[in-house]
Ligand binder design. Structure first.
Ligand SMILES: NC(=O)c1ccc[n+]([C@@H]2O[C@H](COP(=O)([O-])OP(=O)(O)OC[C@H]3O[C@@H](n4cnc5c(N)ncnc54)[C@H](O)[C@@H]3O)[C@@H](O)[C@H]2O)c1
Length: 240
């Protein structure tokens, strides 16, 4: 049973790269039209990109209005994001920390509340992106990790507020996924082989593997509300 009709229109933030782009590909393959909100243009044919910073509420509202003229908006996937600086908390630049919260928490609230009224009555659905960095303690991640944990908490609260509107809100918490974000980390010296060794599956995710779970939550999981689904090859299941 799918909640997304063929004439559905979905907004994907961060849809020009990585996990968001993989979501766009899956939606297009189902015949669903997409508007991407991003700082860079999508390369996907037939996709309209709104060049917009998710922190800019006026610009997000205007872009949402325009998306509404391309079809009834029935879904939002919030896959924008930036990586952490990987520095000890003692050395952390507080402006960089504030930027993490601004993009992952404030920006996510901005797009979610711009879109929610359009989803009302359309059996609409929102999927946010948390992270395995939101679970447990990690060294050198006191910027990104707390912001992604806050995004998960935001998801729970929005889910409770908006369930009466008929809008489901959920999140996916990916483990390390082979996107430009992680490639950038690798080039900076982040050791991905230790991550692979710690992951029960023994390998990192491809963006499509995360996107499949996102589209399931978005379109199929009609009785799932307020849940954050780790999609991590077993990472969060490991006990010590
Ligand atoms: N790749 C991973 O291993 C991983 C793991 C856990 C969670 N995540 C989360 O998944 C989401 C997608 O990550 P990804 O790996 O695909 O990253 P990515 O860098 O490949 O793509 C992120 C996209 O977000 C856009 N973006 C950044 N800031 C923006 C802003 N202020 N306004 C609008 N667009 C903005 C970028 O331009 C880019 O196109 C992020 O929220 C990230 O935190 C990723």
């Amino acid at each position: 049973m799918t909640q997304l009709a063929q004439d559905a229109h979905v907004i994907v933030t961060g849809g020009s790269s990585g996990i968001g782009a993989a979501v766009v590909d899956l939606l297009l393959a189902r015949g669903i039209s997409v508007t991407v909100f991003d700082l860079q243009e999508s390369t996907r044919e037939g996709v309209v990109t709104e060049i917009v910073d998710v922190r800019d509420e006026a610009a997000v509202k205007a872009a949402t209005e325009r998306a509404g003229t391309r079809g009834q908006v029935t879904g939002l996937v919030a896959s924008h994001g930036i990586r952490g600086a990987f520095v000890p908390a003692l050395e952390m630049d507080l402006e960089a920390l504030r930027r993490q919260f601004d993009i992952h928490v404030v920006g996510t609230l901005v797009v979610s509340r711009a879109v929610v009224r359009r989803l009302e009555g359309a059996r609409g659905s929102i999927v946010l992106l948390s992270s395995t960095a939101a679970y447990g303690g990690w060294a050198n991640q006191s910027d990104y990790g707390p912001a992604k944990a806050a995004e998960r908490k935001l998801m729970e609260n929005l889910a409770i507020e908006w369930a009466p509107l008929g809008v489901r809100v959920n999140a996916v918490a990916p483990g390390h996924t082979l996107t430009p974000m992680v490639e950038d980390m690798r080039q900076q010296g982040y050791d991905l082989s230790t991550v692979e060794q710690r992951t029960p599956r023994g390998q990192l995710a491809q963006p499509r593997e995360i996107a499949e779970s996102i589209v399931w939550l978005l379109a199929e999981a009609t009785h799932v509300i307020g849940q954050c689904l780790p999609v991590d090859g077993g990472w969060t299941a490991v006990g010590k």
